[in-house]
Design a protein. Structure first.
Length: 168
């Protein structure tokens, strides 16, 4: 049963990473996105994800003028997820920022990846190599970013991680 779940997750991940675009289906070429009929093809460009952080996404009532964004790039060949975090107008000192998952609708989830192990500051960059399970959570929209502060230790800003549409 576990093997079947793993195979299903991997299949879903590969499908999500290589969905054809309208231009490619119509024979226009690679003007917008990447397509390969081979599910093992890792030669395409990085897959781009993002998280627009706000207090509105927190599960507890949070009053914050803060906002932020995390831009992610996933290298297809190595499964290295790289990011840049920016934020402003927090109510207090940031204490941590993490990727949480796997999230169920309306629920909380555990920490999977620390986005700022050296300290939280706007402009922090980092990376982590994903395993197959984390990749499946990412492409199935089951991860979110949560930025914690001294005033809001459970989280001041939050956002689901979403796949960015290709720029054409």
């Amino acid at each position: 049963m576990q093997m079947m779940r793993t195979l299903t997750a991997l299949t879903l991940a590969m499908v999500a990473l290589s969905v054809p675009t309208t231009a490619q289906i119509n024979g226009v070429g690679n003007a917008c996105g990447f397509f390969s009929p081979n599910p093992d093809d890792t030669s395409g460009p990085p897959v781009v994800f993002f998280a627009d952080l706000s207090a509105d996404e927190e599960s507890a009532v949070t009053e914050s003028p803060g906002s932020g964004r995390v831009d992610f790039q996933l290298d297809r060949a190595t499964l290295k997820l790289s990011w840049t975090l920016t934020f402003k107008n927090l109510t207090s000192q940031p204490t941590g920022v993490h990727i949480h998952g796997p999230q169920t609708p309306g629920g909380e989830a555990g920490i999977l990846i620390d986005l700022a192990p050296g300290g939280v500051k706007s402009g922090v960059v980092g990376s982590s190599v994903l395993n197959d399970g984390l990749l499946a959570y990412l492409v199935q929209d089951r991860m979110y970013v949560n930025l914690h502060t001294t005033k809001y230790p459970l989280g001041e800003l939050r956002s689901p991680i979403k796949k960015a549409r290709p720029k054409c």
